[in-house]
Ligand binder design. Structure first.
Ligand SMILES: Cc1cc2nc3c(=O)[nH]c(=O)nc-3n(C[C@H](O)[C@H](O)[C@H](O)COP(=O)(O)OP(=O)(O)OC[C@H]3O[C@@H](n4cnc5c(N)ncnc54)[C@H](O)[C@@H]3O)c2cc1C
Ligand code: SF4
Ligand code: SF4
Length: 936
């Protein structure tokens, strides 16, 4: 009997409620937390599943489906859950293959065929294919987390489909499972005897003319079933006919797919047009040049990426056209010359190409908010028309938007007539939902009038299935129903999708997050118009936080555990379910939400790396505050939450404190304080900086007056950092002083959710600093987490406090101050690697630090190594050591171990320096300490 032990988050080792054990021993989770995690995908819809299976083998899938059959439960197959139309959520047994059932079973470069399991993430297949000069052709923007099963389910396409085809074009054969337990291999070379094939042949025979007439073969007809592949002239290909069936007929157990050859070299031509309609009109004329992509973005989307417009040639819309083959650069220039453009650029350099592609890739996530911060939703996000109709369709569609008073940014696969948009529907009011329905109906009629497809890429899901009858004749709808019934006569496979549809305006998840919690929240949520509910609706399920291979910081806990509940998305969904109250029933007291947040490092990686800036560190602080209100807290909240106080007390007797830290008593101290046994306690400096340099508690004079921020970590534990900063800033011409009384930014109380105390601490600090700020002083921050708190979190913590706004605008990093008063450093001539603190990555930026290092002759490599894993109190807390270490081992520690012994390791964060020292044995330095060596 297989029992699943979830990742240990508490010392007692919390085990999820016992899973229902099935025939083959597969685990099915029915606990509230798991159900809450799977209520939605990246769509507007919400369905509470009855259970979630996480199969490890194909036999587990078979057992899970058998169990559903025994209980007459629907089956909803699921991969990465990035479907935008409600294709991958439903009120049945969700079979999630993405957790354990991925892998490339074989890859034959000579035949260019790969056999894959359904949970294989596309990037993993690409990584296996690349060494052979091969790749999987279709490339959805979600490539870092979408699975082959989900791509086949939706017939996923991508920006290169114009050249390398859609998923249906590259699927060779499938092994599939029917609801009744039948296993079949389907494909052109597989046997076609038996009931299923006989009935399929009869279906085709009875409807030959209809299929030929209605199922045209232009590339983006993704809506409905792909029954044209059953026509005799198309080889009666059952595998291809099942591509795009959205889990409504079969569960895919294995797939054989063909791979494309990578071009040796390609260039990216960015072509500027006066408007998106002009770009749409021009797109078909590019197709004869055999492009690899013809992708469009409009100016509104680019405007949402600060600082990126300058990367593009002049224009109001752009087409991104990739060309390969012979001399692609001069062909790109010839192409540009043949068009009426506002400007163009041809990029040869792969890094420059990648930078521009990021604009397009992040488009979908960015488009979830309009420039003024209002929310925008999917529903009509991927309709397509034959490319030659695109300009005309776009013109009329814009009229439709105007008539309904709706707005959206527009981007998409212009070369294949597919437009992506997210509209600012009002899904919170009944009137708004009624307009949502009317809009979708009229849009469906418009696209049908242009001979188009309601979905050109994402599939129909709940968002479009009801509208299919506006695109297809009643006879064709009957044929679709008959097709499904051949595989699934009981109608238990992903019911409500494609056939017998659920209404497009039912089950809307956003309606359930109009927060009744608004009155009780503590923080200000200035980025969400002060609304906690709006903040909770930020996560649109795009799943970028489930990325395990790319750069950036988000999300270290998911990278370490690969559990949905430890991804930003999982946490966001649990919080949304907490507001909803149906599955997670005990509000702020929820243990489900507490457990999911327990492994959140509060690293703020999501604040910068999530396309819609989900700020989980802030939501965690709010939750912990509310959860523990008027209750006994975990010991670590008293030890590490109150750290500044303990540091101040211990610093009076540093030798005694250090002796205790090295003695047997240390174990007792750690136990009482909820500190991980594996951690060494920090060593106190003989004297805090504020004591040894009490002379700096004076008034400054001159133009450049700076208050050096004596953060608790550097002040009590590494005062040499403050000393070095003082020396360097003085050399740069600043008159550097210390505040005349004790100050604290309150960070440790914020991260442990003791927000009332944090606010009182900050209020006191603001009173101390106010006279300096009013007198024109600036504040120099050495510890990135304190500096980021002032610059980023203050408005939420102290809403409406003018002193807080002043402090936020006058706080600078050490390197930023040097940028404004450069020093002629002596050249150090050393190599360095830098671990950037994750709050610096998210809030402050690292450009000034790189300039300062370069000015001092340091050959620096800034690591893209994510979070260090210690993250303030996180890595010190009991029960977190394993995850803390795993996060560090993801990228940071291997990079440090690989550095030559004489390479300087630079790190401004106290946590990062501690983690590096404890886990690698290297002794990192703060930037200020390194630059002090370069003073002339
Ligand atoms: C920001 C964003 C950008 C996107 N960009 C693109 C894009 O460029 N191109 C594109 O085509 N799509 C895009 N999508 C849609 C989506 O990412 C793709 O369709 C993707 O292939 C879905 O993969 P998944 O693993 O997440 O599947 P899921 O969402 O989990 O499932 C997709 C469908 O397949 C079914 N399914 C899953 N596994 C199986 C199985 N084993 N057997 C049978 N059926 C199964 C599900 O029931 C569901 O109907 C985007 C989505 C988002 C949120
Ligand atoms: S947290 Fe951000 S990246 Fe993750 S799913 Fe939600 S919106 Fe996407
Ligand atoms: S703060 Fe960090 S650990 Fe927490 S959800 Fe965001 S990225 Fe993940």
């Amino acid at each position: 009997m297989a029992h699943r032990v979830w990742f240990r988050t508490y010392p007692a080792g919390e085990v999820r409620r016992p899973p229902v054990d099935l025939n083959g021993g597969v685990e099915i989770l029915t606990d509230a937390a798991t159900l809450a995690l799977y209520t939605t995908d990246a769509s507007n819809y919400r369905h509470v599943p009855r259970g979630v299976a996480l199969p490890r083998t194909v036999d587990d899938v078979v057992a899970a489906v058998a169990s559903a059959r025994d209980r007459d439960l629907p089956v909803i197959a699921r991969g990465g859950g990035t479907s935008v139309a409600g294709n991958a959520c439903g009120p049945g047994l969700v079979v999630d293959t993405s957790r354990h059932l991925g892998g490339v079973l074989s890859l034959d470069p000579s035949t260019r065929l790969a056999r894959v399991l359904p949970g294989t993430v596309l990037d993993d297949l690409q990584a296996a294919a690349a060494p052979h000069g091969l790749r999987f052709g279709p490339d959805p923007s979600t490539h870092s987390r979408c699975t082959l099963g989900g791509m086949i389910g939706n017939n996923a396409c991508g920006s290169h489909s114009v050249a390398w085809g859609r998923t249906v074009d590259v699927v060779r054969s499938l092994e599939v499972l029917l609801y009744d337990g039948t296993r079949l291999r389907v494909g052109p070379d597989e046997p076609t005897e038996g009931r299923i094939f006989d009935e399929l042949r009869a279906l085709v025979r009875d409807n030959l003319a209809l299929l030929r007439k209605e199922l045209s073969t232009w590339p983006r007809r993704v809506s409905g079933y792909g029954l044209e592949h059953l026509l005799p002239e198309n080889g009666f290909d059952v595998a291809k006919a099942l591509v795009g069936s959205e889990g409504t007929c079969v569960t895919i157990l294995e797939a054989t797919v063909s791979l494309a050859r990578l071009p040796d070299r390609k260039v990216l031509a960015v072509l500027g047009f006066p408007s998106d309609i002009a770009a749409a009109d021009a797109a078909p004329s590019i197709l004869p040049w055999s492009p690899l992509t013809v992708e469009g973005v409009d100016a509104e989307l680019v405007a949402m990426l600060p600082g990126r417009a300058g990367d593009l040639p002049p224009g109001g819309a752009w087409l991104f056209v990739e060309l390969a083959g012979d001399d692609p650069a001069s062909r790109a220039r010839d192409l540009a010359a043949s068009l009426d453009l506002t400007g163009f650029a041809v990029l040869d350099d792969p890094a420059a190409q990648r930078r521009l592609w990021r604009i397009r890739e992040e488009g979908a996530g960015l488009a979830t908010r309009l420039a003024d911060g209002s929310e925008a939703w999917p529903g009509w996000e991927d309709a397509a028309v034959p490319p030659e109709r695109l300009g005309a369709y776009l013109r009329e569609f814009k009229e439709l938007m105007r008539a309904h008073g709706r707005r959206s940014v527009v981007y998409g696969h212009y070369g294949e007539g597919c437009l992506h948009l997210r509209l600012d529907f009002d899904l919170l009011s009944s009137g708004g939902v009624a307009d949502f329905r009317r809009f979708l109906e009229e849009a469906a009629d418009l696209v049908a009038a242009h001979g188009g497809s309601l979905s050109g890429e994402h599939g129909d899901g709940q968002a479009r299935s009801e509208l299919l009858s506006r695109m297809y004749s009643p006879e064709m709808m009957d044929v679709f129903a008959r097709f499904k019934a051949i595989f699934d006569p009981a109608g238990r496979m992903n019911p409500g999708i494609l056939v017998a549809p659920r209404p497009i305006d039912a089950d809307l998840r956003v309606r359930s997050t109009s927060s009744s919690f608004e009155d009780s929240v503590f923080l200000g949520y200035p980025e969400d118009r002060g609304s906690f509910g709006q903040a909770m609706r930020r996560c649109v399920g795009v799943g970028k936080c489930r990325n395990t291979s790319g750069g950036g910081v988000m999300c270290p806990s998911y990278r370490a555990t690969r559990e949905e509940q430890h991804s930003t998305r999982g946490r966001a969904h649990l919080l949304a379910e907490m507001i909803n109250g149906e599955v997670v029933t005990d509000g702020w007291r929820s243990t489900e939400v507490r457990d999911a947040l327990d492994l959140c490092l509060s690293c703020k990686g999501c604040l910068s790396d999530c396309p819609v800036d989900v700020d989980m560190a802030t939501y965690k602080a709010e939750f912990l505050h509310q959860h523990h209100r008027r209750r006994l807290r975990p010991a670590s909240h008293y030890s590490m939450g109150w750290l500044p106080l303990w540091l101040r007390l211990s610093a009076r007797v540093p030798r005694l404190a250090n002796a205790v830290g090295r003695s047997r008593l240390a174990g007792l101290v750690k136990r009482l304080g909820g500190i991980a046994a594996e951690r060494e306690l920090p060593t106190f400096a003989p004297s805090p900086f504020t004591s040894s340099r009490a002379d700096l508690r004076r008034k400054a004079s001159g133009e450049r007056r700076v208050v050096l921020w004596p953060d608790s970590f550097n002040n009590y534990l590494t005062p040499s950092v403050l000393d070095a900063a003082h020396e360097v800033l003085t050399a740069a011409g600043y008159d550097v002083v210390l505040p005349d009384r004790g100050v604290c930014c309150g960070l440790t109380w914020v991260s442990t959710g003791q927000l009332g105390i944090a606010r009182r601490v900050l209020d006191r600090t603001l009173s101390v600093l106010a006279p300096y700020l009013e007198d024109g002083y600036e504040v120099a921050g050495l510890e990135p987490s304190c500096t980021a708190l002032f610059r980023g979190d203050l408005p939420a913590l102290m809403p409406g406090d003018a002193r807080a706004e002043l402090l936020a605008s006058r706080t600078f990093t050490f390197a930023e101050l040097l940028e404004r008063a450069p020093i002629p450093f002596a050249a150090l001539d050393v190599d360095a690697i830098t671990q950037v603190h994750c709050h610096q990555h998210a809030v402050l930026g690292f450009g000034a630090d790189e300039s300062a290092l370069a000015a001092a002759g340091v050959r620096n490599t800034t690591l893209d190594s994510g979070c260090c894993g210690l993250a303030g109190n996180f890595g010190f807390e009991r029960g977190h050591y394993d995850v803390s270490k795993a996060v560090a081992e993801d990228r940071m520690l291997p990079a440090i171990r690989a550095a030559a012994p004489d390479t300087v390791v630079v790190s401004d964060g106290f946590s990062c320096r501690t983690q590096i020292a404890q886990e690698s044995g290297r002794t990192p330095v703060h930037l200020a300490e390194l630059l002090r060596r370069a003073l002339p």
